[in-house]
Design a binder for this molecule. Structure first.
Ligand code: F6P
Length: 360
């Protein structure tokens, strides 16, 4: 009887997803034998599991994808908050997922995704499905693992953006603000800001004071550096906003005509000083491209480890990297916990020791 393994990729895409899919498949074929295994690809994340959109994959499907960004399976966002809600389509999502899991005759299901994906994965595990999670996100905000695949590549891409902005900032003696993805956690902004030589780094975990930002810009000008580079996480907020609930903050910003803090800071700088500013939203660029060698190796390590879990029938867990050792965590222990940047984190200290203003 062939071992039937389901694969789905869910949430924001990132480089390394295909490398991980490839790692799982090749390791499973190697360890269990291609004749004893059937890989089933579920399309567009949990949407495909809810609506029964899947296909049997061939070994050749996993060739040539190591270097490909994105995901050959497609992905979607199916908010965990809605998973147990019957909406206007009258579909019971959880019972549908269980039904198609059974229809596919799966021995296990591998879910590649971020925090939201892991919450639904845990829900399915609690419903008795054999689930293995793999931690994916450019945000690196999954609790229980030191690193997620996609993060390293995104740091490199965001750093390239910052590097390119550096030259035009210094030519025009401007204050350039680069916004980087990261709604809740500022890991990507912190690391790319450090790598890109930013002067000011604003992350959601450290509410900023505009006065501190201005003082840092003025200090540079006094020292003959008439331009500044400010790297802003899309989720950065000022001290007042940090005391607001999410909805209140969104309403407050909508009223003022801003979606994120970045343009507002730029406008405040121009209004209160003679500095010219320009804003660059790196946006989905940092989600694109081919995975770096580091992420290809990490993705392959994670994929191989998942294959060993399948061989040992260990489920209800998610793969992790801890102190350079690939291991796993119980899904129940990590699902839904966001790994934020501790304000005393060593990398925050490194930034401060480099004279980088963290906005406080
Ligand atoms: O979760 C990863 C992420 O890239 C966040 O950093 C970003 O805020 C979000 O996805 C963007 O989501 P979408 O691709 O659905 O616009």
């Amino acid at each position: 009887m062939k071992k039937r393994i389901g694969l789905l990729t869910s949430g924001g895409d990132c480089p390394g997803l295909n490398a991980t899919i490839r790692g799982v498949a090749k390791a499973v074929y190697e360890r269990i034998g291609a004749d004893n295994v059937e890989m089933i690809g579920i399309e567009d994340g949990y949407h495909g599991l809810i609506f029964g959109e899947y296909h049997v994959m061939k070994p050749s499907d996993f060739s040539g994808i190591l270097t490909m960004g994105g995901t050959i399976l497609g992905t979607s966002r199916q908010p965990y908050s809605k998973m147990q809600v019957i909406e206007e389509d009258n579909i019971n999502k959880v019972s549908n997922m269980k039904k198609y899991y059974k229809e596919m005759k799966l021995d296990c299901l591998l879910t590649l995704g971020g925090n939201g994906t892991h919450k639904t994965a845990n829900l399915l595990a609690e419903q008795g499905l054999n689930i293995i999670g793999l931690p994916k996100t450019i945000d690196n905000d999954i609790y229980g693992t030191d690193v997620t695949f996609g993060f390293h590549t995104a740091v490199g891409t965001a750093t390239d953006v910052i590097d390119k902005i550096h030259t035009t900032a210094s030519s025009h003696r401007r204050v350039m603000l680069i916004e980087v993805m990261g709604n809740k956690a500022g890991w990507l902004t912190l690391y790319s800001g450090l790598a890109g030589g930013a002067d000011i780094i604003l992350i959601p975990e450290v509410p900023y004071r505009f006065e501190a930002v201005m003082e840092a810009i003025d200090r540079r000008a006094r020292n003959g550096r008439a331009f500044s580079i400010i790297v802003v996480a899309e989720g950065a907020m000022d001290a007042d906003e940090a005391n607001m609930k999410k909805k209140e903050r969104a309403g407050h910003r909508e009223q003022a005509g801003y979606k994120t803090a970045t343009q507002r800071i730029a406008d405040q700088i121009e209004a209160g000083s003679g500095y010219q500013t320009r804003v660059v939203i790196s946006g989905h660029i940092v989600r694109g491209g081919s995975p770096t060698a580091y992420d290809r190796v990490l993705a392959t390590q994670f994929g191989v480890y998942a294959a060993t879990l399948i061989e040992r029938d260990i489920y209800g867990v998610t793969v992790a990297m801890k102190n350079n050792v690939v291991t796993h965590n119980p899904l129940a222990e990590i699902a839904g916990i966001t790994k934020l940047v501790p304000i005393d984190h060593q990398m925050v200290d490194v930034a401060r020791n480099m004279g980088i203003c963290m906005g406080d």
